[in-house]
Structure formats: C-alpha cells, structure tokens
Design a protein around this ligand. Structure first.
Ligand SMILES: [Zn+2]
Length: 266
C-alpha cells in the first residue's frame, strides 16, 4: 500500500532522479512512460524541459540500460561509444521480445464491409484450418478476408488492429482463381499467420517483421520451395490475364509482387 502511494504521489522530478542515476542535466528532464509499441524512445525539448518519452517496458530495465539510454539520448555520447551503448539497449529490447501497450493511433477496420473469407474458388477458412492442423501449434485468432479487388503489389497482408479486435489477414483477390494451387495459397496465408504469431521486434524505434526466426519458420512450411517456384513462374502471367485493360508498363512495377505488406491500422 505504501509503495502504491509513493508511486501515485511521485513527482516528475522524483521519477527523473530514479531513472537518470548520477546524470545531472543542465536542463531538467521529464520522463514520460508510454504504451506505444512502434516508437520506443524519443527526446523533445519543450519549454524549459527536455522530455524523454520511453516505452513502459523500461521501468524494469537495469541500471546499465538506463545509463546507456542517458548516454545516447540525453548526453549525446561520442560516435565511437555509441555502438556499445546501442548494443546494451538492443540486448534489453531483444530480451523483452514484445512490449506492453496498444497499437499506435489505431482504429478498427469496418469488418462488416470486408468481403470475408469465402471466395469464388477458394475458401480461406479451410486454408487456415489446414495450416492450424499441420504447420503451427500456437492458437491463431484472426479475421480472414479476400481483398475487394485485384491488387497490384502484395499477395497478402497482415494488419494489426486496436486491442479488443482481431487482427486482419487479407489475401489478394487475384489468388481466388482455379489456376492458383492450394499449396501456394496456403503458403501465402501461412506467411501472414506467422506475422500474427511472431508480432514484430523493435530496434532503435524501428519495427522488424521479417526476422531470422520468421524466415526460418516460413521456410519450414511443407512445400514452401514448390510454392515459391510456382509464384515466380506463374504470378505475373496470372495477373496480366486477369487485368486485360492494363498496359504492361502498369503491371508489376519494379519486377514483381511483394510477398506481403504489414502495417498498423491508422
Ligand atoms: Zn510479411
């Protein structure tokens, strides 16, 4: 109880003293803990204060991590030392894996306006059930849908939505076609399912979706190589055959489809 009160009445200056250690800045520092998962750390000057916004996970960071944060973001460590400080901060972020909090500035998609998983040819739910049975052990609770229209760039995408809503996996309507083998479609959905399972890692405020672990699990999918080979040899032709009116210059800019897009709903 006493501890709880202490936290409630702790002033911004107390917080700064607690985390900044022996650092005595000329300009007072305010620390603001955020639940933002995409920007982990930022520093801004506001009036007479310097404001350090930092992910809540750092409340539990050990002294050496805070010393590295102070050196990098407040003291402005010399270039020669920055690499070592970044290594300390990154090791802490890696050890955490994921962060408490909510997706940044999100609003839920209009699920009722999405076309859903039932295609003309393929049913995405069946594909997901097969993946659940054969390729993943984690529970996967996502909303699956085809895109409204054929899309020029990505075969699939994973969209993170606000807390309380399922995340969204969308598959390019292009693949709802009898010429598309089920194995390829399954490899596309599997890729997006891995985003759902593995989330993302942050380093230096950037998000990384296709980590080494991600790529290893993607390659472990049964038939992955065959599926990739099918895409390399058939996807562009399939696209052209379905978009008769588009000129070749407008098809597949810069050499092909991206395997996926990941983003946070805005
Ligand atoms: Zn991806």
């Amino acid at each position: 109880m006493a501890r709880r009160q202490l936290l409630l009445f702790e002033s911004a200056d107390d917080t700064a003293r607690k985390y900044l250690g022996s650092y005595r800045p000329r300009r007072p520092v305010r620390i603001v803990f955020t639940r933002n998962r995409s920007t982990i750390l930022s520093v801004r000057d506001r009036d007479e204060h310097r404001v350090l916004r930092i992910q809540e996970a750092f409340r539990e960071a050990p002294r050496e991590v805070w010393d590295a944060v102070v050196a990098l973001y407040l003291k402005g460590a010399p270039v020669a030392d920055r690499r070592a400080f970044h290594a300390v901060v990154n090791a802490f972020l890696d050890s955490r894996g994921s962060f408490p909090g909510e997706a940044h500035q999100t609003r839920a998609p209009r699920f009722d306006r999405l076309p859903g998983p039932d295609g003309e040819v393929h049913d995405l739910r069946e594909i997901l059930d097969e993946i659940r049975a054969a390729a993943v052990t984690e529970p996967v609770d996502v909303y699956l849908t085809w895109t409204d229209r054929i899309n020029k760039r990505t075969v699939g995408s994973w969209l993170e939505t606000p807390v309380g809503h399922p995340n969204l996996i969308r598959v390019n309507r292009l693949l709802d076609d009898e010429r598309v083998p089920r194995l390829y479609l399954a490899s596309v959905v599997h890729h997006e399912v891995l985003h759902e399972i593995l989330g993302f890692r942050c380093r230096g405020g950037k998000r990384f979706h296709h980590t080494r672990e991600f790529r290893e699990r993607e390659r472990a999918f049964p038939g992955y190589e065959i599926a990739e080979e099918w895409a390399r040899t058939h996807l562009a032709r399939l696209y052209r055959s379905r978009v008769r009116s588009a000129s070749p210059a407008k098809i597949l800019p810069r050499g092909g489809f991206l395997s996926c897009g990941t983003r946070t709903a805005r």
